[in-house]
Design a protein around this ligand. Structure first.
Ligand SMILES: [Zn+2]
Length: 243
């Protein structure tokens, strides 16, 4: 599907400053509302969506937005940049790598985020939707990492998950459902491999024991001897790798 040319509209809503509504062909369902580094307020929404829906979204978030604007005006330095500027660093397997913006004519024909082994490449055309583009990349990377870890550890534990899901969970790295589906956060790709292994073994062990009793921990320890260190590492680094 070719992205259609987008043009922005200015929304004027009661009690709020002007908001730039930008339709985006790359967005499927999500809407994002935020303050840009230069102070502009933008709402990005899928081209398929009606602008009224984006407007309703802004109205629902009005109080939140007002607080954000007040904080930004008070001290713009506290503002977390939404921009994926050239040279920004992002985590992958426990290390940080620089992101490079490339233009189409730089000999590349990338239509998505890629990783060369020592840097991330973001095609210039995706800059406006960089967060979504990176989310897609992290999801894919997490799926691959998880697939190989599960392939490695499930025969050792003699278990087989019914299904693997990669979601946007923020509060947990992984979870196991009553129906033996393992859920993992797409942020997992940011973590060091030994920590990912621990998370995978932890969730696989839940296929045997749906609790955190002694039998559960014995099972984890039978595969990951130093699981306590890795568990502690996770607790110490909470929120550190949120992208
Ligand atoms: Zn658990």
């Amino acid at each position: 599907m070719m992205p259609s040319p987008s043009c922005s509209t200015i929304l004027r809503l009661e009690g709020l400053p002007e908001i730039e509504a930008i339709p985006s062909a790359r967005r499927k369902r999500t809407i994002s509302l935020g303050i840009q580094d230069d102070g502009r307020i933008t709402v990005r929404f899928p081209t398929r969506m009606k602008i009224e829906d984006a407007e309703n979204f802004v109205c629902l978030k009005a109080e939140w937005l007002k607080r954000k604007i007040a904080a930004f005006r008070q001290d713009p330095r506290t503002h977390e940049p939404q921009d994926f500027y050239n040279g920004k660093t992002l985590p992958y397997l426990g290390q940080y790598f620089r992101m490079r913006l490339v233009e189409k004519n730089e000999g590349t024909d990338h239509k998505e985020v890629s990783f060369t082994g020592d840097e991330f490449i973001l095609p210039e055309g995706l800059k406006e939707d960089a967060r979504d583009a990176f989310l897609a990349w992290y999801k894919g990377a997490s799926r691959n990492i998880l697939a190989s870890a599960i392939e490695r550890y499930s025969p050792i534990l003699n278990v087989r998950p019914d299904a693997i899901k990669v979601s946007g969970a923020k509060s947990r790295w992984g979870s196991c459902s009553a129906k033996d589906t393992l859920n993992f956060s797409w942020r997992i790709a940011a973590l060091p491999q030994d920590i990912i292994d621990y998370i995978v073994v932890h969730e696989l062990a839940h296929l045997k024991h749906k609790n955190h009793g002694p039998l559960f921990w014995n099972t984890v320890a039978s595969v990951i001897e130093d699981y306590k260190r890795r568990n502690r590492w996770l607790k110490d680094h909470v929120g550190r790798f949120f992208i």
